[in-house]
Structures are given as C-alpha cells and as structure tokens.
Design a protein around this ligand. Sequence first.
Ligand SMILES: NC(=O)c1ccc[n+]([C@@H]2O[C@H](COP(=O)([O-])OP(=O)(O)OC[C@H]3O[C@@H](n4cnc5c(N)ncnc54)[C@H](OP(=O)(O)O)[C@@H]3O)[C@@H](O)[C@H]2O)c1
Length: 243
Amino acid sequence: MRHIILVTGAGKGIGKAIAVEFARYSERNPSFEPVLVLASRTSGDLETAAAECRKYGAETDCITTDIAEAANAVRLAETVIERYGTVDCLVNNAGVGRFKPFTELTEEDFDYTVATNLKGTFFLTQKLFPVMEQQRKGHIFFVTSIAAEKAFKTSSIYSMTKFAQKGLLEALRLYARECNVRITNVMPGAVYTPMWGEVPEEMQSMMMMPEDIASAVSGAYFLPERTSVEELVIRPVGGDINE
Ligand SMILES: NC(=O)c1ccc[n+]([C@@H]2O[C@H](COP(=O)([O-])OP(=O)(O)OC[C@H]3O[C@@H](n4cnc5c(N)ncnc54)[C@H](OP(=O)(O)O)[C@@H]3O)[C@@H](O)[C@H]2O)c1
C-alpha cells in the first residue's frame, strides 16, 4: 500500500535517518510502498538522502524549501496535496538551535529559532492536519527534544521553542483523537548529528546515533492504527550530557 510520508529536515541528521529507515522497511516489507517526500533548504543534501532511500527501492520526491517562511511551509503542504492527493505521515523534524548563555542571545537568534521551530512547523501542520482529519487517518510526529521538558543553561531560546512545540502538539492531539489521527512527541536526548558541529570523540561516545531515533519512530508508525505512541523519550544509556 502506498504511504505518502513528508519528512522536514530530511537532508541530514535525524530526518535523513527517518527517511532511510522507512525505505529500508519497505525493502523488507513489499506491501509497504512509501513515497518519501524530503524537504529542507539544501538540495544537494536532499539528493544524497533520496539516493540512499532509492537504493532500498523507495520512491522519493525532493522539495527544497525554507519553512522559516510561513508561506513556504504552506506551499510545501499544498505541493504534497497537489501531487499525491493525500498525506499519511508528517514528520515535523526540521529544527535549529543557537546554544549560548542567556545574556548573549540576540534578537536575530530569537527570530531565527522561532521561525523554523515554531512558525514553520505550525503552519505546515495546520495545512496538512485537515487532510488527515477528513480521511480519519494519519500520523504526525514532532521531533521535539528532552529540552521540551528539561532546562539546559545554554538552551533558553531553543528550549522555549521545544516547550512550545509540546504545547502545540498536545493541543492538536485533542482534535486528532476525535478523528483517529496519531500524534507522537519524539523527545530525544543527545544525538550525534551535524547540529552539534565538531564533537570531541569522548563526547560522541556518550551520544545516540540518528538511526536509533529513526528506529523508534518506525516502530511507532507500524503499530496497529488503533494504537498511538504518544511520547517517545529516548536518552543515551548514560543519561543526558551537558547537564
Ligand atoms: N541532535 C540532537 O541531539 C537532537 C536532540 C533532540 C532533538 N533534536 C531535534 O531533532 C531535529 C533534527 O535535528 P538534527 O540533530 O538532525 O539536526 P541537523 O543535523 O542540523 O538537521 C536538521 C535538518 O533540518 C533542516 N532544516 C533546518 N532549518 C530548516 C528550515 N528552516 N527549513 C527547512 N529545513 C530546515 C536542515 O537542512 P538545511 O540546513 O539544509 O535546511 C537539516 O536537514 C531538530 O528539530 C532538533 O531540534 C536533535
């Protein structure tokens, strides 16, 4: 069966791993035929991720866009609906962070982080949810963070947006439960991705890998549709780093 799956931030890190995980699953389960719609700002990254997915036989569609602009987020949703007439799964994964002490954060840091993590995510979801509502079927993942419920000193703006994403998804779930749509809050701890920049080897060994998060996401997606994994809290076995 065809599944239209939109993953934002699919060019690298956790989003790319989620797309590849769906593709790998399709190779092992031929009745699952995903169309992986991959979105981010960098077309080269998307093409690399898509090529990896196609190795497993999955269909891909790359859309280069910056969801920090609400109009782009809306256009992305409209493009998916125009091309496929439906959407089965939305993975709200695109996210950015500026990690600095509280007093050093600027208005530009604030606007930059809020635009992607909140504004883009909100308007994309607002445009796609009604499709799922109407078909009484669908699954929306929000890749938030453990920073959606736990504070870290250098994460004030980032954490503010992640707490807010949790507020958004919990409000949305009140609508979603009425129409059999599943909402999953994915809350990872430290994952070794490009978001961290250069990471010393010793620290890398204390982090999870993007595939670990992707595997938990696909596990939630492939449960029977009567069952909703509402929260996935996923930490390195040794607990949080940078306490
Ligand atoms: N890594 C961690 O430790 C960790 C832990 C908890 C939660 N998370 C969350 O997991 C998600 C993915 O993080 P990651 O670590 O995989 O980060 P990453 O490696 O930096 O990847 C982020 C992806 O999002 C895309 N993106 C960023 N801003 C965008 C925008 N405005 N429009 C479209 N695409 C955009 C990036 O591509 P372009 O730059 O090309 O657009 C990239 O593909 C984020 O929401 C993050 O907050 C990460």
